[in-house]
Ligand binder design. Structure first.
Ligand code: PLP
Length: 375
């Protein structure tokens, strides 16, 4: 069976994790501090704050922005469900905006169509690693006086306007789940442009303490901590950060390989009518964390049938990105029409793409897709 994704992990990651264990420091400590700084530097942000997941990162982002009950947060329905859930965690109301067909991303127009005087924030996703137009959306949100949180869960190594995704973001949330390009097992981070925001985020991830446990343990004198506000335990461990530091060193190679495989898929599938592969937008480059193809009636077979027949052929593909508004957890949520979201979630599928995917396996996927097309 060809899997849809396999994390790229080697002996170096195993050794780094073992070294962290042998050091005796396994909870959040020096390796987390090193990793968050190195990650922020790589994505062009001033500060990084490592946390337990992108889900907790999104929650903290809305907490520091002061979003709460009575506020609306514009989110794409077309995203992993954690994006919409973040608004609910702070008691705010998620408001679903539609996306554009080519990138699966929010645009100025789709956000503008649903914003109201109660809109306090927008969470825009760099979907599947395809960047949204950061210049346009950041400028619009600034004009509207609405905070922009960038859900960059999938976008480590993607670029927009010649800079890494993350550069110039007020606040961005990242995931290091094994389904993403760079993994620490579980894990996430926030990157911010304002050092004061980073101080507050570090406090909030660690129970609201004014001094970190790591700093307390490192001190030769007793340090009495105090708890300045209601915080959380959203810490990353040093074992995860040790793995992350090795993965960060591989990021450029992993992105280059994914881009090479994506280009090869596009060439192999170019002659197939009714099947449109995702591509770079005009303003940036994707890391192709999720390489999706969109089917139309010319292909001749519904998406779910294609998934089932691929599975019979030993190929594990996945449905395209989910739509939160169609899930039971969001049943009864008021929203406008979301035609592009519904089209993408119904008619797209994600093909196997990972660092160690062989060209022979890729050929098998392309041949299977040719064979399944109804002519
Ligand atoms: C994966 C993902 C998340 C959640 O990340 P976790 O680290 O698993 O919490 C959030 N948003 C998007 C867009 C994602 O793809």
């Amino acid at each position: 069976m060809i899997p849809v994704m396999r994390p790229y992990l080697g002996e170096e990651e195993a050794r780094a994790a073992a070294d962290a264990v042998r050091s005796g420091w396994v909870a959040q400590g020096p390796r987390v501090a090193e990793f968050e700084q190195a990650f922020a530097h790589r994505v062009g942000a001033a500060e990084g704050v490592a946390v337990s997941s992108c889900t907790t990162a999104l929650h903290l982002a809305l907490v520091v922005l002061g979003v709460g009950p009575g506020d609306e947060v514009v989110v794409p329905s077309l995203s992993f469900i954690a994006t919409a859930n973040a608004a609910r965690y702070v008691g705010a109301t998620p408001v679903f905006a539609d996306v554009e067909l080519a990138t699966g991303n929010l645009t100025v127009a789709t956000v503008d169509a649903v914003r109201t005087p109660r809109t306090r924030a927008v969470i825009a996703v760099h979907q599947g690693g395809v960047p949204f137009d950061v210049a346009a959306l950041r400028a619009a949100c600034q004009d509207w006086g609405i905070a922009l949180v960038e859900d960059a869960a999938c976008a480590a190594g993607s670029t927009a306007h010649g800079r890494p995704v993350g550069a110039g973001a007020r606040i961005a949330a990242w995931s290091f789940h094994p389904r993403k390009v760079l993994t620490t097992g579980e894990g996430g981070a926030l990157t911010v442009d304002d050092p004061d925001l980073a101080v507050r985020l570090r406090r909030l991830r660690e129970h609201g303490m004014n001094v970190s446990a790591a700093a307390r343990h490192a001190s030769t004198q007793p340090v009495l901590e105090s708890y300045l506000e209601t915080g959380f335990n959203y810490r990353m461990t040093d074992v995860q950060a040790a793995i992350g530091l090795v993965q960060l060193g591989r990021l450029d190679a992993m992105v280059a390989r994914r881009r090479e495989l994506a280009a090869r898929y596009r060439a192999l599938l170019a002659d197939l009518d009714g099947l449109t592969p995702v591509r770079d937008p005009a303003y940036g480059t994707a890391n192709f964390q999720s390489f999706w193809v969109l089917l139309d009636e010319r292909y001749g077979r519904p998406r779910n049938e294609v998934l089932a027949l691929l599975a019979e052929a030993g190929i594990s593909a996945r449905r395209g990105i989910m739509a939160a508004h169609l899930e039971p957890a969001y049943a009864g949520t008021a929203h406008g029409d979301l035609p592009v979201t519904e089209r993408l979630t119904r008619d797209s599928l994600i093909l196997p793409l990972f660092h160690e995917l062989t060209e022979a396996d890729q050929d098998r996927v392309a041949e299977a897709l040719h064979k399944l097309a109804v002519r």
